[in-house]
Each structure stands twice: as C-alpha cells, then as structure tokens.
Design a protein around this ligand. Sequence first.
Ligand code: CO
Length: 136
Amino acid sequence: MLDRLDHVGIAVEDLDGALSFYERTFKITAAHRELLADHQIEVALLDLGGSHVELLQPLRAGSAVGRFLEKHGPGLHHVAYRVEDIVATLTELSEAGVELVDPVPRRGVRDTKIAFLHPRSVGGVLTEIVEYGDDH
Ligand code: CO
C-alpha cells in the first residue's frame, strides 16, 4: 500500500535560517520553495536521493503548524509515504479504522495530492500520504 518513504516534515520558526543551517552544516541546498496558502505555510524541499526533507514555516501563529511550534517548538512534524492511488488508499485506511484528518485529498507541494492521517490512529505519528502526478 505504501510505496516508499517520501519525506519527513520538520517545523521551523525561520525558514531562511533553517536553510542556511542545512546548507552550511550538511551541504544540502533547497531544490524547491513554495508558499502554500491553503496550509498557511511556506515550504522548502531538500532532495536527498529518492526522498526529501520538507522544512515548514507557518505563515501565521494560529495555523496548524503555528500551533505545533507553540506547543512543541521546532522539530519533527510528520512522516510522509508515497502511494500510487491516494483516493483508494484513503478508502482502504478508513475501512481499516484509521482516522483521517483529510478524508478528501488536498493539493500539496509540487502539485502533489496529499492527505493526513490522525496521529491517534498511527502510534502518535502525524502521517501524510502523497500521490504524484504523471509528470513526476
Ligand atoms: Co509533508
């Protein structure tokens, strides 16, 4: 059902600062940067082989990632797996009793379709599933 680990999401307070840290320390530069108004975040992707690190900075304090930062501080936010067919996967997971944050997929970064699963249902881990379009 899950094809592979797609990315890990890391919440940061300062995207520019985080990017220069990764560049300076780990010699990785952002492959992509995007403002996702729907999610109230700005995202930078650091490509590493077939998967990537997704740095997330909230656009405002009351957003989901903003509240996460307030509560936990910067750090690991979610884990994302790639799937072939997100709608079919969501149906299957729902039938298996997994609680869906997004019963209907939303648009994610780089024109992907994404949906989150509630950490309550996934051993305390906020989990995202991702479907790529044909051009990936
Ligand atoms: Co993500």
